[in-house]
Design a protein around this ligand. Structure first.
Ligand SMILES: [Cu+2]
Length: 248
């Protein structure tokens, strides 16, 4: 069976040796550099930013996109065949619907927004699980300055040790030089095993637990000593393009 891949902006998600949240926690100030995370489609978002995600779906099929860590506003989601986003914000509702999943129609687009007030490493992915295995996933590294030095429950570390998964350093587990990409996984697996999916699920479950344990007040607190960038009113526009999969 051939392997098919799917892409955001020509990049397909490839699972790395070190889970992304652990890399964010253990690479110091390098954690604002997307290089340290490997080919997980990392997007760095500053604390407090209003993030706008535009998904241009140039595929002939609809894809239900799901974001971890937030309920985003759906500002626009026109019907199939509309084409790409016209690069202008028009006629958005003053009280947009909020969802954690939105189906982006075929050959069309969606405009989504959320406030970056929940530090973490959050996956944005198609919810057709086979498409997750094909790499139709991106990773939002939200407020990395708040993730530096993050500590983990002992049973999380024990689970990594039991499974032989490194939990420190960059994507390949390099703790001396986080910018050294030696050992990064750059080639997708050659079979559909479900293992990638299992790993993603375990990561998202642990993050959900962290999210739920926070009080409303602490959601606005950054545990880091590093001051957050002064960009709280900025709108980051991220244009993510979905490409039809191709055989490798
Ligand atoms: Cu899909």
């Amino acid at each position: 069976m051939p392997w098919y891949s799917a892409y955001f902006n020509n990049v397909t998600y490839i699972n790395q040796k070190v889970p992304t949240l652990y890399t964010a926690a253990t690479t110091g100030e390098f954690n604002t550099n997307p290089i340290v995370y490997g080919e997980v489609n990392p997007f760095i978002v500053n604390y407090g930013d209003l993030v706008q995600i535009v998904v241009n779906n140039i595929d002939a099929a609809a894809h239900p996109f799901h974001l971890h860590g937030h309920h985003f506003q759906v500002l626009d989601r026109p019907r199939s065949g509309t084409g790409n986003w016209p690069h202008r914000d028009v006629n958005y509702a003053s009280t947009p619907v909020k969802r954690d999943t939105v189906t982006v129609m075929a050959n069309s687009f969606a405009v989504l927004r959320f406030r970056a007030d929940n530090p973490g490493t959050w996956l944005f992915h198609c919810h057709i699980e086979w498409h997750v295995e094909m790499g139709l996933t991106a990773t939002i590294i939200e407020a990395p300055e708040c993730l530096e030095g993050l500590t983990f429950p002992a049973d999380h570390i024990a689970a990594c040790q039991k499974a032989g998964i490194p939990y420190q350093g960059n994507a390949a587990g390099n703790t001396q030089n986080p910018l050294d990409t030696t050992g990064f996984i750059t080639v997708p697996p050659t079979d559909y095993t479900g293992l990638v999916l299992l790993c993603l699920l375990s990561l998202s479950l642990s993050q959900t637990g962290t999210n739920q344990s926070r009080s409303p007040q602490s959601q606005l607190c950054c545990p880091s000593q590093r001051p957050p960038p002064a960009s709280c009113s900025k709108v980051n526009v991220v244009n993510w393009m979905i490409r039809t999969w191709t055989t490798r």
